[in-house]
Design a protein around this ligand. Structure first.
Ligand code: PMP
Length: 318
């Protein structure tokens, strides 16, 4: 679905997946006015297709738009576009438990501009593709992470808290180097002290010790994940002592378990964390660790409509 705007309101329609036509001077190509979202549509136990908390994605995109001087896409336009895209592609939504239809809403400055300024016009598109598990080896295979000691993902006062395209180009080199050494992904540290965990390239991070579950606070440098927020609520409901507070790397190395959360990764157990050449293995490194596994079960039972939707998170499409 492609929407152009917002001069006369956002007007859009469904069209076949294919190239978009842009001027070489399109703002997004030159100065990076581009933000996106990642969502999933799932076929559920009630044999319908549902989204998960889409209003959270709509509101995060609005926040990002303000930070990048872009017009906000209204929530109803955003959710309509996503729903239309899902309905038009419902045949590609995998069967229950076999993956999901990943949806990518994207807002960018498509209008031409030469000097450094916001674009004169914008394009909002949604496109989709069927996906399986994000990391190699299947959804619950523990992943090996490495702590990055040289580069940072986001600076205080920067754009780390938005889903800006540039945040992702900034990590490509780091991620590729880590992959070449056999790591699934990278854990970034804070810019100021290089002592505290921030997040992973495309997911948030949680650390478990006993009955305490911690995740780094939202101070503007990490993305406010929809899954992060959902896991915080599910963990509180389970009676864990849940804390959003800075986590020193040394604490993570001494934890019982670590897991990452995101729309793409869902809840992924961490099998090992390597910091300055030292490797700490969690739960033997081969099987998912128990707290992450329990919360993965709670989350996916709601997403797949295998249990009651107490929080009102499920959004039926068709
Ligand atoms: N951090 C980053 C940098 C991400 O790209 C993502 C994926 N959107 C997340 C965290 C997790 O966010 P969510 O749970 O909303 O997918």
């Amino acid at each position: 679905a492609v929407w152009n705007g917002p001069a006369k309101g956002w007007e859009g329609q469904l069209q076949d997946y294919g190239p978009l036509s842009l001027m070489p001077s399109a703002q997004a190509l030159n100065y990076g006015q581009s933000i996106f979202e990642g969502m999933k549509a799932r076929r559920t136990a009630k044999d319908r297709i549902v989204l998960f908390r889409p209003e959270m994605n709509a509101s995060r995109m609005k926040d990002g738009a303000r930070r990048l001087c872009m017009p906000e896409v209204p929530q109803h336009t955003f959710i309509n576009a996503v729903e239309e895209t899902v309905r038009a592609n419902s045949e590609y939504v995998p069967p229950l438990g076999k993956g999901a239809l990943y949806i990518r809403p994207l807002l960018f400055g498509s209008g031409p501009i030469l000097g450094l300024a916001p674009a004169p016009s914008y394009t909002f598109v949604t496109y989709c593709a069927a996906v399986g598990s994000y990391f190699k080896g299947g959804q619950l295979k523990p992943i090996d992470l490495v702590v990055e000691n040289k580069f940072h993902r986001a600076a205080p006062g920067g754009m780390g808290g938005t889903k800006a395209a540039g945040n992702y180009s900034a990590v490509l080199q780091i991620q590729r180097a880590a992959n070449a050494k056999g790591f699934a992904d990278v854990v970034y540290l804070d810019c100021k002290t290089d002592a505290y965990l921030e997040e992973v390239s495309a997911c948030n991070i949680f650390v478990v010790k006993g009955r305490t579950i911690k995740t780094p606070p939202l101070t503007g440098t990490i993305l406010p994940g929809v899954t992060r927020d959902s896991i915080l609520q599910l963990a509180r409901k389970r009676g864990y002592d849940v804390k959003e507070q800075p986590i020193p790397v040394v604490e993570a190395l001494e934890a019982d378990e670590i897991f990452t959360t995101g729309t793409a990764v869902v809840v992924s157990p961490v099998g090992s964390l390597t910091h300055k050449g030292k490797r700490r293995v969690y739960g033997g490194g081969v099987a998912p660790t128990p707290v992450g596994l329990e919360l993965y079960g709670d989350l996916t039972a709601i997403q797949n409509e295998q249990t009651g939707d107490h929080f009102g998170w499920v959004h039926p499409v068709c």
